[in-house]
Design a protein around this ligand. Sequence first.
Ligand SMILES: [Zn+2]
Ligand SMILES: [Zn+2]
Length: 137
Amino acid sequence: MKNQDVLRGSCLCRSVGFSLSGGITAVRYCHCSHCRKFAGTSPAAWGMAETANLTVTASNSEIGKFNSGRGIRCFCLNCGSPLWFESIEYPQMIAIPLGVLDSDKLPAPKLHIWTQSKANWCCINDDLPQHPTYPEE
Ligand SMILES: [Zn+2]
Ligand SMILES: [Zn+2]
């Protein structure tokens, strides 16, 4: 594995740190109401990774877990930052909010999903494809 393929992530207070080998794929903006609450804004930018590639490197704070229905939203119990999303349906995959990754070389989102739930104050100002719900892949 090339060193550049390892991404690092951390919460706002840096109590929780993690590394992610293999990079992220399927980078997208999600406009769903759950992500809006979890992120505190909308859309939320996410990338997918294999669960097996995630290693928690620092956990000086406990990691909170909330089941929002489709999956487990994990966050730092000290500062409240989102950390990652564990899918119930596809446990081999994990979703990472781009904002917690400490890299300036992340791939840009290529798609908007759940646009049927888009907040009225959110404007989409790009030409990326839009999907009203979740695209079959
Ligand atoms: Zn924290
Ligand atoms: Zn969402």
